[in-house]
Structures are given as structure tokens and as C-alpha cells.
Write a protein that binds this ligand. Structure first.
Ligand code: BV8
Ligand code: ZN
Length: 249
């Protein structure tokens, strides 16, 4: 169900006066930048789903195949530019922090690993699922930025000789402790949470929206399709992030 336009006015009113906003984003906010989503149309790669490849088991079984997927995504992300949705969230952060004079007033929590929020100018970004431009050695544990596109060798190896893996969180792996703790706190204290471009099926990230709601936050969903959170939301905007988010400024 799409709320009438005046509801955008209602959400703007809340967003412009509140002292604590949390935002949870997913792959949908980067779709208009040309980065494929995981579960929508065009989300598949060579008939594989994220659940097939984004796992330690898949990497152990076929590190080259998993790296081919990440190399392909890195190539697309390298060409991608932040879109009006990313830019609107960066502007909203500036507005909110400027008005509230404390940094805890705006927290951007993302499941995305593409780094487009930072490139758009967002400062308080909590990356729950890691960063596609980081690699971690499966042997010595070294973590480095690697921005080779395409990768010179597949799968890439560390100087110590062991396999490198993408610096992202796979299914069955725990989320980074610090980012999770800060995202949890921000969700508990938010007066309003914007949930943008996520199918809200991956946990524990999706649980942050329910946590915010249970702690009294108002919930706004921005998504081109339906999500399991729609029925619990105060606002549901059926539209793209690139068109809807700039209306909040
Ligand atoms: C953990 C890697 C425990 C990085 C990813 C059964 C029930 C419940 C949970 C589980 C279960 N079985 C297993 C679990 C746990 C599992 C899970 O949730 N599975 C799901 C599939 C059921 N979770 C985990 O394993 C997590 N870890 O639980 O660890 C633990 C604890 C302690 C110690 C040991 C273990 C780890 C989850 C992270 C997995 N990693 N990716 C990468 O390669 O990117 S998940 C993958 O899905 C991405 O990270 C992505 O971010 C995430 C969520 O996807 P979305 O971002 O929502 O994208 P999607 O394509 O799905 O949706 C796009 C949306 O945008 C759509 O709604 C579409 O309509 C909309 N859209 C499209 N275009 C636009 C738009 N909206 C607006 N504008 C547009 N233009
Ligand atoms: Zn190493």
C-alpha cells in the first residue's frame, strides 16, 4: 500500500525535528547506481544465489569460483557512482548533526559492501557485512585494502602464500562486534528508523528494524517492492530510493 503524498510531509516533519535517526540500507539503494541486487530480477550471477556463494563452505570448496563472483562485482562497483539516494542520506546526516550538535543523532547502518555511502559523503557508516575492497589472509590473518580490477590472479594469494578471502561477512559467520554493538545501540535509541532498499530477510541485520520499533521508534520503509516489515511500518513508500529520499531534505 502506498501512503498518500501528505505522508511524505508527515515523515519530513518527524525527520526535521527529531534528535535521533537511524537508517538501515540494503542492496536496493545501490540498484540505481547499476550495482545488481541479490534477490530481485537480475540479482543472480550465472544461476548462483548469494546463499550459494557467500559462504565459507563455497569458498573452501571452490575459492576460484567465489572470487570470480567478487571480481565481477568489484568491476561493476568500481564503475558505479553514488546515486541521489546515497547523496540524500549524506545531506540528511549533515542537516541532522548540524541541528542536534551531537554525532549520535544520525547513524547509517548498511548491509552493503560497495562503499557507495562513504563515497557519497556519509560519515557515520556502520558496515555490518564488511567491505568488498578489503581482503583478509586465511593464513596469517593480515587485512589489507585491495582495489585491483580485475584481480591479477584468481584466487589471490597473500605474501605468506595462503589464500586471501574477501573482507566480507558470509552466511554462518558472525557480524563484526563493534559495528553490531553500535548498530544495536543506535537502533534502540532511534526515534525514527528509515529502512531503505532491503528485502529484510537476512538476520541479524533485519532484526534492527524490529528492535527500533519495539523501543518506540517510528518506522519508514522505502522499497520498490513489498517487505516483511511493511505491516509494522508507520510509513511505506513504494518507490525507488533515488526518487524518494531526496524528498526528505
Ligand atoms: C549469522 C555477504 C550467526 C557480503 C551476505 C533461518 C532463519 C533466520 C536466519 C537464518 C536462518 N538460517 C540461517 C540464518 C542466519 C543467516 C540468514 O539471515 N539467512 C537468511 C538468508 C535466512 N544470517 C547469517 O548467517 C548472518 N550471520 O547469523 O551468524 C553467528 C553468530 C555467532 C557466531 C557464529 C555465527 C550473516 C549474514 C550476512 C550474510 N552475508 N553477503 C556480500 O557478498 O555482499 S548477505 C547478502 O544479503 C548481502 O550482504 C545483502 O546485504 C544481504 C541482504 O540483502 P539486501 O541488501 O536486502 O538485498 P536484496 O537483493 O535481498 O533486496 C534488495 C531490496 O531492494 C528488495 O527488497 C528490492 O525490492 C529493493 N529495491 C530494488 N531496487 C530498489 C529497491 N528499493 C529501493 N530503490 C530501488 N531502486
Ligand atoms: Zn598471509
Amino acid at each position: 500500500m502506498t501512503q498518500a503524498p501528505f505522508d511524505m510531509m508527515g515523515l519530513r516533519q518527524v525527520v526535521h525535528t527529531t534528535d535521533s535517526i537511524a537508517v538501515l540500507t540494503g542492496a536496493g539503494i545501490s540498484a540505481e547506481s547499476g550495482v545488481p541486487t541479490f534477490r530481485g530480477t537480475g540479482g543472480l550471477w550465472r544461476d548462483y544465489s548469494a546463499e550459494d556463494l557467500a559462504t565459507p563452505e563455497a569458498f573452501a570448496r571452490n575459492p576460484r569460483l567465489v572470487w570470480e563472483w567478487y571480481d565481477w562485482r568489484r568491476g561493476i562497483i568500481r564503475q558505479a557512482q553514488p546515486n541521489p539516494g546515497h547523496l540524500a542520506l549524506a545531506a540528511l546526516e549533515q542537516q541532522t548533526v548540524g541541528r542536534c550538535a551531537n554525532d549520535a543523532s544520525f547513524t547509517l547502518i548498511t548491509q552493503n559492501v560497495d562503499g557507495l555511502h562513504e563515497r557519497a559523503g556519509s560519515r557515520s557508516v556502520l558496515k555490518l557485512h564488511g567491505d568488498i575492497w578489503l581482503v583478509r589472509c586465511t593464513g596469517c590473518g593480515a587485512v589489507e585494502r585491495n582495489d585491483e580490477v580485475p584481480l591479477r590472479e584468481l584466487p589471490p594469494r597473500c605474501r605468506c602464500g595462503a589464500l586471501l578471502r574477501p573482507g566480507v561477512v558470509w552466511f554462518g559467520e558472525p557480524l563484526p562486534r563493534t559495528e553490531w554493538a553500535r548498530a544495536y545501540e543506535a537502533s534502540r535509541h532511534a526515534r525514527v528508523m528509515l529502512v531503505v532498499g532491503t528485502s529484510a530477510v537476512v538476520y541479524p541485520a533485519a532484526g534492527l528494524a524490529e528492535l527500533a520499533r519495539a523501543a518506540g521508534a517510528k518506522l519508514a520503509i522505502i522499497n520498490t517492492g513489498e517487505t516483511p516489515l511493511d505491516s509494522a511500518a508507520d510509513w511505506v513508500f513504494r518507490g525507488t530510493a533515488g526518487e524518494t529520499l531526496p524528498q526528505l531534505l
